[in-house]
Design a protein around this ligand. Structure first.
Ligand SMILES: Nc1nc2c(ncn2[C@@H]2O[C@H](COP(=O)(O)OP(=O)(O)OP(=O)(O)O)[C@@H](O)[C@H]2O)c(=O)[nH]1
Ligand SMILES: [Mg+2]
Length: 454
């Protein structure tokens, strides 16, 4: 009976209900040894998608009461017979029931093993399986929507469409090369190149959206930087909606990095408030400044704060130079006490600039809108099908690379045979992406990251 696997599928914590999932050819037989249905229902003969109330036993000792749900193969999550025991929640109780299940012939499920079986039994594609984990891990509405779309096959469909076009071209090329005597229209590289370029463009778009998708799922690493006393911590608190960072009129207040996750429209920012940038003899503050500089290097978005009440100094100008090639927003703060407007300095460098008073909140909406525009997430439709992880991205990148090589080869006049081989490589990479041709090692690696019980 060792093909029967079992695990706790719900959170390992005190809870009203906890579910133990059992899957495999003999799942019913294992379940029947620990669960006795009330009345005349019998786990062994119950039809799929039915439930029975009953009691759970370890040998002759009654250990819980539960509801058993039966899913008959192949109409179950894994494609095998599945029994789910809805027991009382709570760590001790669930583990006790699980032990009884193991004693009666099931073995512990490895991480993601239920979903892996679903893939191997043809119930799910690899990208859909990955989406299952993304649904579980989603931290915001956008990420959940993207994961749900992927679960529905949005990215598979998008990749399949590309693959279909390549298969058509490859088939045509092969037919033309293999049956020269047949009346197959000759292939003109000049026609093929624009066709392949169109496909390349689609792949580039899919690849470009990956970074935005990552920002959507994980949030964007954001650094608030600037001179001491410019109002960085006040802005952090304004965006966070709470007194997260200490604010005082003493320059050099913030030393350690203070982190907070904040939603700005559809964008999730992982903000770090940092120490004011200046040369200082204070050893503690100096470490803070070093950390601030590291944070600038790491950040995907820089919010650079300038104090309207004092003129720009050399430190400010150096910062402006540093942020101009990066994704950044310049914030001129303290408009409530100064009319100074040096926004032209930023505009000249192409840096979006917003004037605000962190003290009164004036300009906060403008700041939020500007951040949204700069990050560009609104251009992304989470339902359209976005690459979900590095594995998928790598495969897509390889497919794109082969396509580019193919176009290059056509331009330099290589034979149709050679071109067919390169197109084949591109198709293989796409098939690896969707899992159609993923090796066992790749499949194993995908499920290593799953939780036990899913
Ligand atoms: N009038 C006015 N004062 C402000 C504004 N924003 C911040 N301040 C004041 O400026 C001082 C410094 O503010 P902080 O937010 O601590 O500045 P900081 O950039 O974090 O400073 P360090 O942590 O020392 O680098 C405090 O006294 C704030 O109350 C503003 O918009 N208007
Ligand atoms: Mg501060």
């Amino acid at each position: 009976m060792s093909n029967v696997i079992a695990a706790i599928s719900t959170a390992q914590a005190a809870a009203g209900i906890g579910v133990i999932r059992i899957s495999g050819d003999n799942a019913r037989a294992v379940a029947a040894k620990v669960f006795r249905a009330a009345g005349d229902k019998n786990i062994l003969t119950m039809p799929g998608y039915t439930a029975a109330y009953g009691r759970v036993f370890d040998g002759e000792e009654e250990i819980d009461e539960a509801v058993a749900l039966v899913f008959a193969a192949p109409k179950s999550y894994t494609g095998e017979d599945v029994v789910e025991l809805q027991c009382h929640g709570g760590m001790y109780n669930l583990k006790r029931v699980l032990r009884a299940v193991y004693k009666n012939g099931a073995v512990p499920a490895a991480p993601g093993e239920f979903t892996k079986r679903a893939v191997l039994n043809g119930k799910l594609s690899l990208t859909k399986a990955e989406a299952v984990m993304d649904i579980i891990g989603a931290q915001n509405a956008q990420a959940a929507r993207a994961a749900l779309s992927a679960r529905d096959g949005a990215i598979s469909r998008r990749i399949d469409a590309v693959m279909q076009q390549l298969l058509d071209i490859a088939a045509h090329l092969a037919a033309w090369a293999d049956y020269p005597e047949e009346d197959i229209p000759e292939i003109d590289p000049q026609n093929l190149i624009p066709q392949l370029e169109g496909i390349l463009e689609t792949m580039d778009k899919i690849l470009a959206e990956y970074d935005l998708g990552k920002i959507m799922r994980q949030g964007l690493e954001t650094a608030i930087v600037g001179r001491p006393n410019a109002g960085k911590s006040t802005i952090m608190n304004l965006l966070a909606g709470c007194e997260r960072s200490i604010v005082t009129s003493v320059p050099g207040t913030t030393r350690d990095i203070v982190e907070e996750t904040v939603s700005v429209g559809d964008v999730m920012l992982r903000i770090s408030d940092t120490a004011g940038l200046r040369d200082t003899d204070d050893p503690v503050e100096r470490i803070g400044v070093e950390r601030a500089r590291l944070q600038i290097d790491r950040a995907g978005l820089i919010l650079a704060v300038f104090d309207a009440a004092v003129p720009l100094d050399a430190e400010d100008l150096a910062l402006i130079d540093e942020i101009s090639p990066r994704t950044s927003v310049a914030i001129i703060n303290k408009t409530d006490i100064s009319d100074a407007d040096y926004s032209d300095v930023f505009k000249a460098k192409g840096i979006p600039v917003v004037m605000i008073s962190a003290k009164t909140g004036e300009g906060l909406d403008r700041l939020r809108r500007t951040i949204e525009e700069v990050v560009g997430l609104s251009a992304l439709n989470p339902a359209a099908g976005i690459l979900a992880n590095e594995r998928q991205f790598d495969a897509a990148r390889k497919a794109r690379q082969s396509l580019a090589e193919c176009i290059q080869a056509l331009r330099s006049g290589v034979t149709a045979d050679a071109v067919t081989v390169i197109i084949g490589e591109s198709i293989n990479s796409l098939a690896e992406l969707t899992g159609e041709r993923a090796s066992e090692a790749v499949v194993d690696r995908v499920f290593e990251h799953f939780c036990v019980g899913k």
